[in-house]
Design a protein around this ligand. Sequence first.
Ligand code: GUN
Length: 286
Amino acid sequence: MSARILEGSVFARQFRDDAGRRAGVLRETYGITPGLAVIIVGSNPASEVYVRNKHKACEELGIYSEVIAMPEETTKEQLLARIDELNLNPRIHGILVQLPLPDQIAAHEAEILNRIDPAKDVDGFHPVNVGRLVTGEPGLVPCTPAGCIRMLELAGVPLDGQRAVVIGRSNIVGKPMLHLLLAKNATVTICHSHTRNLASIAREADILVAAVGRPRFVTADMVKPGAAVVDVGINRIAPKKLVGDVDFESVREVAGAITPVPGGVGLLTVAMLMQNVVQAAEMQRK
Ligand code: GUN
């Protein structure tokens, strides 16, 4: 039997509609237009596409958007000064520094991201927001894992009491995913490059999340029949060919549900960012 395909566009539409509706409530009831500032340093072509997509999504939903393009040779001090201004700017409710940063400031990434006011940290990367996620307090959660959990819930995939395995332990996806799944009462295992018997652990999963950044790493023999498989990978294997961390064609024959690449999780991230901007504006009003 072939798996149900979880189309990212279907869920992204719902997240965007909800963000647009809540932005409308803020505007009409309280006179607040939610605002996002995206800082991009240098000219990474992939980053430029992502930033344009974020700006377009804001325009579509009536969210104020500023893109701040800074030159490649920007110093840490100049970038910190720009963040300080945005922290104080009342039109801006969310601040995002697009990653990766150019080499000369990449080593200071943590210091730079930690300068963002946690209330405006729509990436959910600030240690205050990481701490809130771990302790279960309300806060801003990284967009991609938050979108995956919301998608699974909307798709009717049970999480409570289920075995979940996350392959990958990044701060952006793997670790927040662990805490979000735990908060939904799943039993969670994280696998990574040092894990022994990874395939047999993966095979125990009712929910299998792949976020390793290795093309087609998850093969059919690593998947329990009927499992929900969430593919967070985006790997370019040829100029016009993107594949995920999951070998889609073989795994779809075993899984119960699966996200495609492209057209899956990738579409959720910008939609969830819109949710985070609106959430930040709602929280700052209180
Ligand atoms: N670059 C790639 N993904 C992301 C993300 O989620 N946030 C930021 N700030 N930069 C990125």
